[in-house]
Design a protein around this ligand. Structure first.
Ligand code: FE
Length: 326
């Protein structure tokens, strides 16, 4: 009895995260220094984490589920795994466009999905919109990663919502006709292929470019420095953006600590730290952008409701499959 009483009481929060960044871990460590609350981090693929939470059921130690794929948060909410987030500590800090309409998850960082190109071979005026990527003049010069990528599903979902199925289908047929190779690799691989001359243009999230520019690998630095980006659709709906986000588990054993961590991640200094370290955009307006993001410039972001996009992901996959985007 005495021994048990002498044990440190040690508050903890258990985080299941599909985000695998050094910035996140540094921020969790800082949170622990400031609050005394230890962060137990379980890192895996978002799908694996979600399956694990489902299998663990009411015995799950998970308090927070963090992922770069909000469709997984929607799925978690729909299966009753998440608790509504508190208004004051969490929801009120985040603009409505970057969180769940029902309040079951919130965005933590925002990502812009832009057009990247080789400036010696492409006139940026010719690629001012995503729609431009389907034009015949880009025949054999475009590469895209697979539609299995959540980022591309989300982009295609936005085309579906804005233009309807027929136009979205025609767009996919157009870009597939322009492919310089079968879809393969991740966002970084698209940039490497453009730098190597295999293609001239692709679509990537900006933080990958930022990470490559500041990479310890000189080759990656060279690739990134040779490329330029365009924020598409500035004259109309704005550039497609997605978020990484977090949800609080309904069965969270450390609910108070989890809310405290989530609230901490949404503080201005945390948002600035994440953005400076990882080149994602803050989700809160007061946070200042790091220099590189300022250099890329202000842009108009598509403000379409993220829940509506999530609802279109399955349809986007069907359209892609029908039109030949693997
Ligand atoms: Fe990513």
């Amino acid at each position: 009895m005495l021994l048990a009483a002498c044990e440190p009481k040690g508050e903890v929060v258990n985080v299941y995260s599909g985000r695998h960044y050094a910035t996140d871990e540094a921020l969790f460590a800082q949170f622990t220094r400031e609050t005394g609350i230890r962060v137990n981090l379980v890192k895996a693929d978002s799908d694996q984490l979600l399956n694990r939470i489902e299998v663990e059921g009411t015995n799950s130690p998970a308090d927070l589920f963090i992922t770069a794929d909000v469709s997984r948060l929607s799925r978690a909410a729909a299966s009753g795994l998440l608790a509504p987030l508190p208004e004051e500590e969490v929801l009120s800090k985040v603009p409505a466009v970057y969180r769940d309409t029902e309040g079951f998850w919130t965005g933590l960082t925002m990502r812009a999905r832009v057009i990247v190109y080789a400036p010696d071979r492409i006139n940026p005026e010719a690629i001012a919109t995503y729609e431009d990527l389907a034009k015949a003049e880009l025949g054999g010069r475009l590469i895209m990663r697979s539609i299995q990528s959540h980022y591309n599903q989300s982009l295609l979902a936005s085309m579906l919502l804005y233009q309807g199925e027929e136009a979205a289908m025609a767009w996919v047929r157009g870009i597939v006709a322009n492919f310089a190779r079968e879809p393969q690799g991740n966002d970084r691989d698209q940039m490497k292929a453009i730098a190597s001359g295999l293609a001239d243009v692709s679509v990537v999230n900006t933080y990958y470019l930022g990470q490559m520019l500041s990479s310890a690998n000189e080759e990656e630095q060279k690739v990134a420095a040779s490329l330029r980006i365009v924020f598409p659709n500035q004259a109309d709906r704005g550039t497609h953006v997605n978020v990484s986000g977090a949800g609080l588990l309904r069965n969270a054993p450390n609910r108070t600590q989890a809310i405290r961590l989530l609230s901490y991640l949404l503080e201005r200094r945390s948002q600035e730290f994440l953005s400076a370290g990882n080149y994602e955009y803050p989700v809160i307006a007061e946070a200042e952008w790091p220099e590189l993001l300022q250099q890329w410039g202000m842009f108009r972001a598509d403000t379409i409701n993220l829940n509506r996009l999530n609802d279109q992901l399955d349809r986007a996959l069907v359209v892609a499959r029908t039109a030949g985007w693997k």
